[in-house]
Design a protein. Structure first.
Length: 393
């Protein structure tokens, strides 16, 4: 799960010894056993049972001394592969629906833009620049894309207008690749701490509940910290998710010091051997200096227990807010350096291009994207799948 929680080792399916036939070397069948004596003078001797066909020799890839995995293991592997493929199809379909508005700009409009043109000229590049900005890709990212395309056109690396869409895709992929980074891991015996930040209304608490469910499915023990002590019913909302997922929630009275709540939670998670602690924080305007200073205090307090905490500072942003999401990301990153971003509400009227604007400006990786209300609609961000859904016709 991108390094969240326990690091899972791929384990081959085990086959019961009673179910797996022993491997035989490829040799001639054993001779048939002698027929038993006839019970009556005229009785015919029973036919000898046929020898089992020889098992194929282990392939060169099979380690010495290990039998082939058998039909059961093969069936399990095929089923797992089918489930994974089905999950990817579902992710692609959900993303494609959520990115319909942006795709109209980056795909349909660009395709219409190059129709009937025989060469790439300055007018074409200017119109392309306007389309990218309209798709919320942002001015810095758009400027770099256009400058690179102009340079490649000059070198005749891109000469066909029909290849322009693929060239744009490669540039967008490079922006995401430059922003990619792994999740930091905790020291042995310590929980992985995920500090969730963001403004009110972006779906932060809901994202915590969905992420908790996914971490549990991977075998992790998860604890939640109710650090949003100011918003009415915020603690109750998180506790409801805790009951739904059957995980403990560390909370205090309304108006308590958030740093104190999260400190107690980290102490408890460490002492009780939990794998992951997810700490909620109050939604705050990124322009309020005093509230941003509170985030810094939370980090300082956690580091009294674990100098490496938090291992992930996850900003949750609403894709429908467009360029305002970029402003939020910049301000939060200045207060507590971000290590990951979750982009929610891509199933609405969002322009997914804001993802590229944030990645270009901050070079912070996207961890998850939200494409619906269901728990399974919080998806791991996969750049190739995202671009396929964005650029497909």
């Amino acid at each position: 799960m991108f390094g969240f929680g326990k690091k899972k080792r791929k384990v081959e399916p085990e086959v019961d010894a009673a179910d797996a036939p022993a491997a035989l070397p490829p040799q001639e069948p054993a001779p048939a056993p002698p027929a038993p004596p006839a019970p009556a003078p005229k009785a015919k001797a029973p036919k000898a049972p046929k020898a089992p066909p020889p098992r194929p020799a282990p392939s060169a890839d099979t380690p010495a001394g290990e039998p082939p995995s058998g039909r059961l293991a093969q069936a399990i592997a095929e089923r797992a592969a089918g489930e994974q493929m089905e999950a990817r199809r579902g992710l692609f379909a959900g993303l494609r629906n959520g990115l319909a508005r942006t795709r109209e700009v980056l795909n349909a409009d660009i395709a219409e833009l190059v129709t009937g043109r025989k060469e790439i000229d300055e007018d074409l590049l200017e119109e392309l620049e306007m389309l990218l900005v309209a798709g919320d890709v942002g001015v810095p990212a758009t400027t770099r894309i256009i400058e690179d395309l102009a340079y490649r056109v000059k070198l005749r690396e891109v000469s066909d207008p029909k290849g322009l869409l693929e060239a744009v895709r490669k540039q967008l992929a490079e922006i995401l690749r430059n922003a990619d980074a792994p999740v930091r891991q905790p020291a042995p015996g310590r929980p992985q701490v995920i500090l969730m930040v963001g403004v009110n209304g972006v779906g932060k608490t809901t994202t915590i509940g969905k992420l908790t469910k996914q971490l549990q499915a991977e075998g992790n023990k998860v604890m939640l910290a109710a650090g949003d002590t100011f918003r009415a019913a915020a603690v109750e909302q998180l506790q409801a998710w805790g009951e739904r997922n059957d995980v403990p929630v560390i909370a205090q009275h309304a108006g308590a010091d958030p740093a104190s709540v999260i400190y107690d939670a980290l102490q408890a998670a460490t002492a009780r051997g939990f794998d992951v602690l997810i700490a909620d924080t109050a939604g705050r305007l990124h322009t309020k200096i005093n509230l941003m200073e509170e985030l810094k205090k939370i980090v300082r307090v956690m580091q009294k227990i674990d100098p490496d905490a938090p291992h992930e500072v996850m900003l949750v942003v609403d894709a429908t807010t467009g360029q305002n999401a970029l402003h939020q990301a910049v301000q939060f990153n200045e207060a507590v350096p971000l290590t990951g971003i979750t982009l929610t509400k891509l199933d609405g009227t969002a322009k997914g291009g804001i993802l590229f604007a944030i990645a270009e400006r901050l070079q912070v990786p996207f961890r998850f994207i939200g494409v619906g209300e269901k728990i399974e609609d919080l998806r791991h961000f996969e750049a190739d799948v995202f671009l396929d859904a964005l650029m497909s016709s």
